[in-house]
Design a protein around this ligand. Structure first.
Ligand code: HEM
Length: 239
């Protein structure tokens, strides 16, 4: 009998937990680092530099990010290929959420492939060819130059919005499926909390993206610490 990926026990539990720890935790740290761009290039570069100075960084990246990401995304695509969306037959909110969870997952699969090659490795011909790894002092300039291209900025905005939904609704599915939240009323509250989390993550992510093209992102500049958006640019000829 052919294996049904959406009906395995252990692999599905592993798939769920890998989305929360370590990938979800990583994303909170990543969103924080990106948000430091609100206070200008110098501050952002210092934070990226601090990460690069961590001992055993390559092992942390491989074990804590790349391997869980490969497992979570490949298994997620397999589960999605078995899904049977029924939103047109039954237009309930939960059916739409189910569909959105899969649509954002598929988008993130391609987005993250592009994003990691783009910034971590600098390997997208025609776009940025300078890896942020090893060039922390130029991190802000690399991202900011890239975000001047409208379609790239749109791809990233869709990326942060997809992550916001996928992670927040994923937390809801996790707490229900693992039996942490039992009972109809408690599950309803957990759902509202996850929708609130999606909103906060989405707004924070979009604002962080805009911080690379406008001092203080979408917020009034008075709310940020003297943004110095141009001070970190490499002198001409160094890129
Ligand atoms: C405003 C949007 C974003 C910006 C400006 C941004 C920026 C960056 C930068 C500069 C790097 C390279 C870090 C380094 O080499 O030290 C990176 C890596 C990465 N980003 Fe993003 N990112 C954004 C959105 C996202 C989203 C939505 C996700 C989804 C989970 C994500 C996941 C990753 C991952 C997995 C890596 C590789 C981490 C590593 O190798 O250490 N990013 N990002």
């Amino acid at each position: 009998m052919a294996i049904e990926f959406s009906r395995t026990f252990l692999l599905r539990k592993l798939h769920q937990i890998s989305g929360i720890v370590p990938l979800g935790l990583f994303y909170f740290v990543h969103l924080y680092t990106n948000s430091t761009a609100l206070n200008g290039g110098k501050v952002f570069n210092e934070h990226v530099g601090d990460i690069h100075e961590m001992p055993y960084l390559l092992f942390i990246e491989i074990g804590g990010i790349f391997l869980p990401l490969i497992f979570h995304s490949v298994y997620g695509v397999l589960i999605s290929s078995e899904s049977k969306p029924n939103v047109f037959a039954y237009g309930y909110a939960r059916n739409w959420f189910y569909l959105l969870q899969r649509v954002t997952g598929i988008y993130l699969f391609f987005f993250l492939f592009f994003h990691i090659l783009n910034f971590r490795f600098g390997l997208i011909p025609g776009l940025n060819m300078t890896p942020v790894a090893g060039n922390a002092h130029r991190a802000f300039g690399i991202v900011s130059d890239e975000f001047q291209i409208t379609w790239v900025l749109v791809v990233y905005i869709l990326g942060v919005l997809s992550t916001a939904w996928h992670l927040a609704y994923g937390v809801f599915l996790f707490v229900v499926d693992w039996g942490f939240v039992i009972g109809e009323k408690a599950q309803k509250l957990a759902l509202y909390a996850s929708l609130g989390l999606a909103l906060v993550l989405g707004v924070t992510g979009v604002n962080a993206a805009f911080a690379f093209v406008r001092p203080c992102g979408l917020l009034p500049q008075v709310l940020c610490e003297a943004p110095r958006i141009t001070t970190d640019r490499p002198s001409s000829g160094t890129r």
